[in-house]
Write a protein that binds this ligand. Sequence first.
Ligand code: BGC
Length: 756
Amino acid sequence: MAEIESIIAQMTLEEKAALCTGATSWTLTPIERLGVPGMFVSDGPHGVRRVANEDSLTEESLPATCFPTASCLASTWDTALIHEMGQALAEECIALNVDVVLGPGVNMKRTPVCGRNFEYFSEDPYFAGEMAASYINGVQSRGVGTSLKHYAVNNQEYQRMTISAEVDERTLREIYLPAFETAVKKAQPWTVMCSYNRINGVYGSEQTYLLTEILKGEWELEGFVVSDWGAVHDRVAALKAGLDLEMPGPRARRVQAVIDAVQSGAVDMRILDEAVRRILRIVFKAAETPKGAPFDAAAHHALVRRIAGEGMILLKNNGILPLKGVKRIAVIGQAVKEPHFQGGGSSHINPTQVDIPLDELAKLAGGAEISFSQGYPPDDSSQPALIEAAVAAAQAAEVALLYIALPTYKESEGYDRADLDLTAQQVALIKAVCAAQPNSVVILNNGSAVTMSDWIAGPAAVLEAWMMGQAGGGAIADVLFGVVNPSGKLTETFPLKLTDTPAFINYPGVSGKVRYGEGLFIGYRYYEMREQPVLFPFGYGGSYTTFAYSALRVSAQNFRDVDGLTVSVEVTNTGSVAGKEIVQVYVHQHQAQVVRPLKELKGFAKVELQPGETKTVTVPLDFRAFAYYHPAYGRWITESGEFDILVGASSADIRCTETVTLESTVELPCLLNRKSTLREWLDDPRGKPVFEPFFNQMLAGMRAMFGGGEEEGGIGMDVMGFLLDMPLRDVLEFQGNLLPMSADDIVAGLLKQVFG
Ligand code: BGC
């Protein structure tokens, strides 16, 4: 640190400004005379997209392992596995001379149409935060940095460079920020990447509130903030807001703008120094990791297969899977020869090798006869002949396996999906083949929810195989033949139809603004509150075995929020094959002063069990598991009272519940003011004793005036009901000249008694 301070002291203004803007598309500016090295960053998130030529944004990158994308990774619910993938990513960075990988992406899946959902973990902020922290800790444990992105509220690709996400404070704090918060607090990413979009009118790159106050202030980020590529509009405004590094470079005019601003006094040198300090800390940290050692491509390919196998989700199975003793298999769908294993855009990896699903299937098929039919074209044209051929092949076999990949043109970075459907040809194909062959299995490759209501009744089984990474073809075969017992579970709800989805009415926005009108209620929070049926709920996923839950225990029936609670439950494998179960812990508050989701995920654990085996799963719950963000107090608070602890196999499959009583230790400032309502006075612990005697007197007087009884006033209404939500001052005003002094003075007197 002393060394950094001495370097800053020796740097010229020009050198400082140059350090805060990239030198090339992917590198930072070295300062040779002071021994400050450069630094190389590369996309991310599910592999290393290291371009050979640092001046090129888009050329094909050097070969690297393409891991499963975030949807698949998240569906493993396996933090240790994600950590392991992070370490493998770091090894590839080291081999490819990369200091920081640009990931993970933790934006919430507000709407399933977001083109980039395949790069994001979940619709649940707690869950996404845990995934991100494991990823970052894995990468950084090997001396390579990460870039947590895209901060913040970047939930659609439509007009992503300009749209203003209009979101209220509580929703921001409870839904759109916690994944970033958890990742920063638990893993300290070396860098955080700001988003392109605006948040409540202000660009992500110019957000003093988000960058300086919250990220660096409240959460204590130690690293630096980097812009998304091209997200800076006004370099000086961005610098002042807390944006340390602008990418990509070179941008001579931007550097000059910073120099001019400091010289003219528009920017204090200390602000520039702080950005320089943050960047230098990371540059020197990165330089400590020697680069160049080759990575083990075969081992990483095998890791992809393992992750993909853990992340695939058995959505439906009438018992046909795992396949046993099948002699004739009809394989249908172009994706079995040309696998759809990653998404389009900046995350696109040049894989070291790719498993062809058909070849991998053949290896495990025990000599079964396998036919292939294309099934559907690469575009959205209708080709009935392909369907006819597939139906004939399916009829001639014992089992039909339909490999259905959502075409790239439907889902990518840069644009959103127009619908949630497979192509018309794919739907027609599934229906026709299932009608001809009841033993049909649909294997899906897509990055986010697709609708299935049209055809889900047809197949005997459906496997969600996601964008499964370069070895995903092998993982599909593993699951189909039972080499791997599927254990993945959904981290996003699959809706019945697009019009059911939470943001449907408020998406994509008009005149440059998208209103987050659904507030806290995205994903399962919405469907549960609206009692809206879904295709597959959050947390859902099948297995070749079954699990029983018992003996739910809590560490205390009555507990203080600051002490938290430990929940344990016994899980037994009640089937005949080994398997893994993902146990989910949700929390529900019985009664709150504000509207709260019916339940929220606050803990989870994945457990492996042999047939007949029982294990105890333990999940800790902390203060935040019970708290909500109160915008009026500007902080997280708890309320004393009862909470349900709900333990289950999915959000819709709660197996056991325990009710506990929380004692809140939160000391809240009194918010009573001139405009407080009668109810607010009565609910406030400090206001109540002062106000109650006055209130009783006042009420007696009013009843006398209206001539009403306990329930009914003289003008046909419940006096209490009428008055409670009126400001005290306004109630008093009605009494006009009868008052000994003005209503304002009376209220001021009461407030004085409260505040002294
Ligand atoms: C993307 C980022 C990416 C960057 C560099 C941007 O367009 O939004 O996620 O890291 O490009 O490729």
